[in-house]
Design a protein. Structure first.
Length: 71
């Protein structure tokens, strides 16, 4: 698995997953449990990951949506 985006914004994560899903790319969110444990202070960003074989396509989809940046 390859990390595409790191963010502390759960709404953005959901939006990015929807973009990738619409493009036929399966993605997962890593580190969401630690993010929940820290009570939402934003100290631990979650990672949006995809399989290595879909990395370039996923990056292109997010770049076209102007969402290929960490926050």
């Amino acid at each position: 698995m390859v990390t595409i985006i790191r963010t502390t914004n759960p709404v953005r994560l959901s939006f990015l997953q929807a973009l990738l899903r619409d493009a036929g790319i399966y993605s997962e969110v890593f580190d969401s449990n630690i993010s929940a444990l820290e009570a939402g202070i934003g100290a631990f960003p979650c990672r949006l990951v995809v399989n290595e074989e879909y990395e370039s396509v996923a990056r292109r989809v997010l770049e076209q949506a102007e969402e290929l940046h960490d926050d």
